[in-house]
Design a binder for this molecule. Structure first.
Ligand SMILES: Nc1ncnc2c1ncn2[C@@H]1O[C@H](COP(=O)(O)OP(=O)(O)OP(=O)(O)O)[C@@H](O)[C@H]1O
Ligand SMILES: [Mg+2]
Length: 242
């Protein structure tokens, strides 16, 4: 396959989506932009796009090998990935292993409490509404996803959790929580978008040091340095720009 990006279809906060000559395929281009609080806080972080591109490709390949159908096809260059074009299900799926972030805040609990089993949460994908949390009934009744799709996404998200937890565990990192997006193509539900430290909480085991976008959200240090360190832990080699 030699599909190159043509016209831009959508520009998000972290990526651009391009059409290709084949309507069934899109190119996702990872940007250096970092945003938080639904775009209120913004910065450009050198190497972020390229590092996220490589980490996401690696993790999507791992979960695909574990049997989770994905829309990811391959890396095209340092920032671009080829994907099956899907109709994104407007329900984001979050898996939590440890209390943190919005969950801690909403329930008045301290961050760091280990959950007895993973919790799956759903959020309606709407920038205008700030991605409000919903439940499966709301998703079905409002027509955002069918019961079958929700069951499928839940099962796959928990499977992804098992794979990612083991992966990060082997690198001395606790997987606290993460967000996934799924899409429809040819009657199937495929894991789409990205798996990156932008949409995951990753804490160094023992110290609890944040190795994810919370470093940016909470002004805990240099996000570029954090992502370069994470790259080193994922691949065992220092990050070098192409
Ligand atoms: N395979 C795919 N086919 C079509 N669209 C996709 C695919 N994978 C991801 N997308 C969509 O591409 C966009 C990627 O952009 P980005 O991650 O920057 O969005 P964002 O700023 O997080 O905004 P939002 O996710 O709220 O639209 C997302 O809207 C995502 O749902
Ligand atoms: Mg996104």
């Amino acid at each position: 396959m030699t599909l190159a990006p043509t016209t831009i279809l959508y520009e998000g906060k972290a990526k651009q989506v391009y059409a290709t000559a084949d309507a069934d395929w899109v190119v996702l281009r990872f940007k250096d932009d970092a945003t938080a609080f639904n775009g209120v806080k913004k910065a450009s972080i050198g190497d972020k796009g390229a590092i996220n591109c490589r980490i996401s490709a690696h993790l999507l390949t791992l979960v695909a090998e574990a049997g989770v159908p994905t829309a990811f096809a391959k890396v095209l260059n340092g920032r671009d990935q080829l994907f099956r074009r899907v109709e994104i299900v407007p329900v984001e799926v979050v898996v939590r292993n440890v209390v943190a972030g919005g969950f801690a805040k909403k329930l008045g609990r301290a961050e760091g409490e280990r959950l007895a089993r993973p919790i799956v949460e759903h959020f309606y994908k709407s920038d205008a509404l700030n991605d409000p949390q919903i439940n499966e009934d709301a998703a079905i009744v409002m027509g955002w996803a069918s019961a079958w799709e929700l069951a499928c996404m839940r099962e796959r998200a928990l499977q992804v959790n098992d794979v990612l937890k083991a992966f990060w565990d082997a690198r001395g990192i606790d997987l606290i929580d993460f967000k996934l997006e799924f899409g429809r193509a040819g009657g199937a539900i495929l894991l789409a978008d990205e798996i990156t430290p932008d949409g995951s909480r990753l804490w160094e085991r023992g110290t609890g040091r944040h190795l994810d976008k919370d470093v940016f959200r909470r002004d805990l240090g240099d996000l570029g340095d954090t992502y370069r360190e994470l790259y080193q832990r994922v691949f065992g080699t220092e990050y070098r720009a192409e």
